[in-house]
Design a protein around this ligand. Sequence first.
Ligand code: FMN
Length: 178
Amino acid sequence: MTENTHPWPGTDTPPATVRDEMVLTYYSRTGTTATVAANLAERFEVPTVQRIRPDRERRYWNWLARSFVPGSTVPIEGVETDLRDVNALVLGTPKWTLSCPPVTGFVERARLDGVPTGLFLTYGGFDERRYLHRLVERVADAGADVVATLLVKRDRVGSPAYHEALDAFAAAVLDERR
Ligand SMILES: Cc1cc2nc3c(=O)[nH]c(=O)nc-3n(C[C@H](O)[C@H](O)[C@H](O)COP(=O)(O)O)c2cc1C
C-alpha cells in the first residue's frame, strides 16, 4: 500500500464525512505498522484506509524525547476524526515508550461514540501489554467500544502465526461491526 494513495488518489484530503463503512486508521514511522495495516486491509471488504501524519516530521531523538511524556501529542493531518457513523474502526499504532504523539493526537480529536473498534499495536520487544491496556482505556474514553486487540512484535511480521493472529483479529472486528 502506498502512502495515502488509497482511497483518495492524488490527494491528502479525506472526504468530509465518513460513514457506513469500515475505516482503518494507522500511524507508521518506519513502515512496520503500515505493513500490518496493509495485510489487515486485505481481510476487509473495501475499507477506507487513512494514514495519520504529524503536522511535520521530527528527528528520531525528538520523537523519543516526546514519547517519554505521558499523553504527549502533536497536530495531525490527513485523517477524518469524526467517525461516529462508521461501521467499525481499526486503529493501528507503533508502541512508543509512553505515548506515540501522532496517535495520541488522533485519539484526542476522535469522535467515536459507540464505534466497534479493534486496536493493534506493533512493538520492538518490551512493555507492550501495559501500553495496550492504557491505549484501550484512552480509546474507550473517546467513546469507542473496543471489541478486539492485537499485539504484533515487529520481527514476527509475515510468519504463519502472524497471519493466523490477523485472521482472528479481523474476524472479531467483522463480527462486531454495525
Ligand atoms: C520513539 C520510539 C519509541 C519506542 N519505544 C518502544 C518501546 O517502549 N517498546 C518497544 O517494544 N518498542 C519501542 N519502539 C519500537 C517500535 O514500537 C517498533 O519498531 C514499531 O514496530 C515501529 O512501527 P513503525 O515501523 O510502524 O513506525 C519505539 C520506537 C520509537 C521510534
